[in-house]
Ligand binder design. Structure first.
Ligand code: PBG
Length: 335
């Protein structure tokens, strides 16, 4: 009697479905695939040039020729799209962000090279003035203020410039009011009605952008902060309103940013609107995983995959992530 194992009379044993690998696969609710990945890439002038970004181990700024090589590899792995972020020569930055409108700026040259050499990958360009302004703000400054309407006019010009270069998706990350509608109208009027808009609809004023600002070289310049246009991390209903407005104005896809700390927002947005919804696993999130991994505190590969699965579970249709090439390689091996 004493050696009869203790046994509960249970109606439910959820562990049954977890006993074997095949059963675990069978009950799996979400999947991460290469089709979920958008790769953000930092670009620089020059040739045959690669610069490590110190705060983002494994990430390099690439000259256009190197970008083409990496984009081809990414396309071969099945990554659907990449997002370009320029590191502009400080000598070319000014109060008005003039370089943003130059048809031969770094981003436009990169877009043309990609469309010529790797036409099968989608090219997303960032619309905001911060890589080009001497003050590091996403819009124009009048005194201490980042003015809205004049900034929108500048962002429209920047969008047209990128569309003319051949960008597939215009991605405004600036958070000015009304810019999606203005950009949509201007694109349509110029014959770019096929160009998509991915709106950074709910973008928060976040501490997790630090390494990105180092990567594009805007951090050192930044005067003030971005709290008069990027959202307050305390707010959630406001994100829903921002997304609703951008959709009304013509956004094809919406994004929530940062990623993991804002999964509740991703979930709400997907639930309430049922539109293509993306999340940006930003530079600080990437840096934290890489730093902990390099100290041996977490398994970097597993944390990378688990973090991306979390986005899918929350309802994201895709993730902008600096891990994209590494994940794509890992997924290719596991098939
Ligand atoms: C700026 C922009 C930022 C990021 C993308 N576009 C930084 C900011 O708003 O200051 C952050 C991306 C990242 O941290 O990976 N328009």
């Amino acid at each position: 009697m004493t050696d009869t194992p203790y046994k509960l009379d249970l109606a439910h044993r959820p562990r049954r479905n977890r006993r074997t690998d095949w059963a675990r696969r069978l009950v799996q609710e979400t999947a991460l695939t290469v089709n979920d990945l958008i790769w953000p890439v930092f670009i620089i002038d020059g040739e045959n040039s690669r610069q490590k970004v110190p705060s983002m181990s494994g990430v390099e700024r690439l000259s256009i020729d190197q970008l083409v090589i990496e984009a081809r590899a990414a396309a071969e792995l099945g990554i659907p799209a990449l997002a370009l972020f320029p590191n502009t020569d400080p000598a070319l930055r000014d109060e008005a962000g003039t370089q943003a409108f130059n048809p031969d700026n770094l981003v436009c040259r990169a877009v043309r090279a990609l469309k010529q050499h790797v036409p099968q990958i989608g090219v997303i360009t960032d619309v905001a003035l911060d890589p080009y302004t001497s003050h590091g703000q996403d819009g124009l400054m009048r005194g201490d203020e980042i003015v809205n309407d004049e900034s929108v006019a500048a962002l429209v010009k920047q969008s047209l410039n990128q569309a003319r270069a051949g960008a597939d998706v215009i991605a405004p990350s600036d958070m000015m009011d009304g810019r999606i509608g203005e950009i949509r109208r201007a694109l349509d009027a110029a014959g770019f009605e096929h160009v998509q808009i991915m709106s950074y609809a709910a973008k928060y004023a976040s501490a997790f952008y630090g390494p990105f600002r180092e990567a594009v070289g805007s951090g050192g310049f930044l005067r003030g902060d971005k709290r008069t246009y990027q959202m307050d991390p305390h707010n959630s209903d406001e994100a829903i309103r921002e997304v609703a407005l951008d959709l009304e104005e013509g956004a094809d896809m919406v994004m929530v940013k940062p990623g993991l700390p804002y999964l509740d927002i991703v979930h709400r947005v997907k639930r309430e609107f049922g539109v293509p919804t993306y999340a940006y696993q930003v530079s600080g999130e990437y840096a934290m995983i890489m730093a902990a991994a390099s100290n041996g505190w977490i398994d970097g590969d597993k944390a990378m995959i688990e973090s991306l699965i979390a986005f899918k579970r929350a309802g994201a249709d895709g993730i902008l992530t600096y891990f994209a090439p590494a994940v794509a390689k890992k997924l290719a091996k596991s098939v």
